[in-house]
Design a protein around this ligand. Structure first.
Ligand code: NAP
Length: 244
């Protein structure tokens, strides 16, 4: 039987590349989207036309009831969720002194509360089966902190703490929980940066390039695979050597 992966934020960017890669690797893929409905359904059509199994499920991960409804829909179609990738995330740039309370809370609502809700919705089945893998999305900025991204950096550091705590708590239930902390990756998330800043970032990266969504997708796929069965509570950072 095919294993099922639920990927949050899979309508665009890293999540979208991951949905393709997991489908090609033989998983049935539940593609969560929030606002990009057309993109999510186009992806489902693309994958099913190639003979893969995929479905699109809408939910704002910051809304607990929407997340639980989404998980119920996936379970109705695919019976169980073997792999959960908590990939959905948002970023916000600006001087810390200019941040409003709303800016601050909106970042945490998606990047941290979203993982809390999704894990709580998916975990009962994994705990019952005593197996499963959860992969969370942090960032290099959750490890080292970025200027003008205090809320984002704090939220991504929180993701690392949550991952490590869950790995300890869920290990005895046979569930591995790991975190991926990408470096700058070519998606809409960094489209707002000017060419000069991106070039400076590239030159500060030993491998002299930005990440591609597929680079990060490969890291998710590895952590989901049996090759990573003895890995839990770890932060794997595909970043071209930017942070060493
Ligand atoms: P992206 O291209 O901006 O795509 C973000 C995805 O998250 C979209 O599919 C979006 O869905 C979804 N999303 C946003 N808010 C959501 C919500 N409230 N509920 C459900 N889905 C939501 O971002 P990305 O670059 O692929 O980033 C993916 C993850 O990697 C994020 O956690 C990000 O923080 C992390 N990351 C990215 C980079 C980078 O440089 N790109 C670096 C380090 C870490 P809709 O379009 O359907 O609304």
């Amino acid at each position: 039987m095919k294993q099922t992966v639920l990927i949050t934020g899979a309508s665009r960017g890293i999540g979208r590349a991951s949905a393709r890669l997991f489908a090609q690797a033989g998983y049935q893929v539940a593609i969560n989207y929030h606002k990009s409905k057309q993109a999510a359904f186009d992806l489902v059509q693309e994958l099913t036309a190639q003979g893969y199994t995929a479905m699109a499920v809408q939910a704002d991960v910051s809304k607990r009831s929407e997340v639980f409804e989404m998980v119920d829909k996936v379970l109705l179609s695919y019976k169980q969720i073997d792999i959960l990738i908590c990939n959905a995330g948002i970023a916000n740039y600006g001087l810390f002194t200019d941040f409003t309370e709303e800016d601050w809370h909106s970042i945490f609502a998606v990047n941290v509360d979203g993982i809390f809700h999704t894990c709580q919705a998916v975990l009962p089945g994994m705990i019952h089966r005593k197996s499963g893998k959860i992969i969370t999305a942090s960032s290099i900025w959750g490890i080292s902190g970025a200027s003008c991204e205090a809320a984002y950096s704090a939220s991504k550091a929180a993701v690392i703490g949550m991952t490590q705590a869950l790995a300890k708590e869920l290990g005895p239930s046979g569930i591995c929980v790991n975190c991926v902390a990408p470096g700058a990756t070519q998606t809409d998330m960094i489209a707002g940066f000017d060419a000069e800043s991106l070039e400076a970032f590239r030159l500060d990266t030993p491998l002299e390039r930005m990440g591609k969504p597929e680079d990060i997708a490969q890291t998710y796929l590895f952590l989901a695979s049996p090759a990573a069965d003895f890995i839990t509570g770890q932060v794997l950072s595909p970043n071209g050597g930017y942070l060493i």
